[in-house]
Write a protein that binds this ligand. Structure first.
Ligand SMILES: Nc1ncnc2c1ncn2[C@@H]1O[C@H](COP(=O)(O)OP(=O)(O)OP(=O)(O)O)[C@@H](O)[C@H]1O
Ligand SMILES: [Mg+2]
Length: 250
């Protein structure tokens, strides 16, 4: 399969704090990868390096087989950052407007929306099941609904790769289930490649086809059944032996 993300020997530190230590990581076309690791293990930092938002001290990133420094097809990538949904209730934008922001990269800020843009926006809103709330103020949605609005924003440019940083934080169990169904559908129907950071190891491994476990370096990268077969050793190596894991496998 074609590599979509390639990280070779990535090193990164903030001052004295070593965050990534020789990370090797590949995401192939059609993968649905769950990236886990303890707090502060470098997950968000690795995503930011992949997205060119933070520069590695050493190592190489390629996106769609192009070195990051010359990569220009950012419309192929959707990104929902950690805490994307921490809006206060007064934020003056509707769901439709927030989702339309996902097109600004293509449009330039002050261009008018064409009919095609509008229908792409409405389709993305429909995909995440928020059609009834399209004109509602984003701050007046629940946390889980806001999360879906941000996914719609990332989907509106029709990306090939969707990167999500802890999308299910603050979302109730039933909604998390629906959320995984939504991602599964996007993965299958739209052949979307997915990279998702989560702490929800039990749930996630029921849905993804690859699990990666990070703590400064990659401690495991493989399919969920190999992960389960060696879970104790992998988690001890990445989280330390005091880790208390609650698993909810269905
Ligand atoms: N802007 C920053 N300046 C200095 N240190 C930072 C900065 N951002 C993150 N760090 C530190 O880098 C390390 C890795 O942070 P990162 O956000 O990548 O972890 P994470 O795996 O995403 O954690 P979490 O599960 O809590 O989101 C942590 O020790 C963190 O304190
Ligand atoms: Mg993080």
């Amino acid at each position: 399969m074609k590599p979509i993300i390639e990280c070779k020997n990535i090193h990164f530190h903030y001052n004295q704090n070593e965050v990534l230590k020789g990370v090797q990581f590949i995401v192939e076309k059609g993968d649905y990868v769950g990236l886990v690791g303890p707090n502060g293990s470098g997950k968000s930092t690795l995503l930011k390096i992949i997205l060119g938002l933070v520069e590695p001290k050493q190592g190489e990133v390629k996106l769609f087989e192009t070195p990051l420094s010359s990569f220009k097809e950012w419309h192929k990538i959707g990104y929902v950052s950690q805490k994307a949904n921490s809006f206060n209730s007064g934020f003056p934008a509707t769901v439709f407007e927030v989702v339309s922001m996902g097109l600004f990269g293509k449009l330039g800020l002050f261009k008018r929306l064409t009919r095609q843009h509008r229908s792409a926006i409405l389709e993305a809103i429909d995909q995440v099941g928020l059609s009834d709330l399209a004109e509602r103020n984003i701050g007046k949605l629940s946390g889980g609904q806001q999360q879906r609005a941000f996914i719609a924003r990332a989907l509106v440019s029709n990306p090939e790769l969707l990167i999500l940083d802890e999308p299910t934080v603050g979302v109730d169990t039933e909604s998390v289930d629906k959320f995984y169904q939504l991602l599964g559908k996007l993965h299958q129907d739209h052949n979307l490649t997915l990279l998702m950071v989560t702490h929800d190891i039990g749930m996630m491994t029921n849905h993804v086809n690859k699990v990666a476990c990070l703590n400064k370096k990659i401690h495991f990268h493989g399919n969920p059944s190999d992960f389960h077969a060696n879970q104790k050793a992998i988690l001890e190596s990445a989280y330390g032996s005091n880790m208390n894991l609650v698993e909810h496998r269905h």
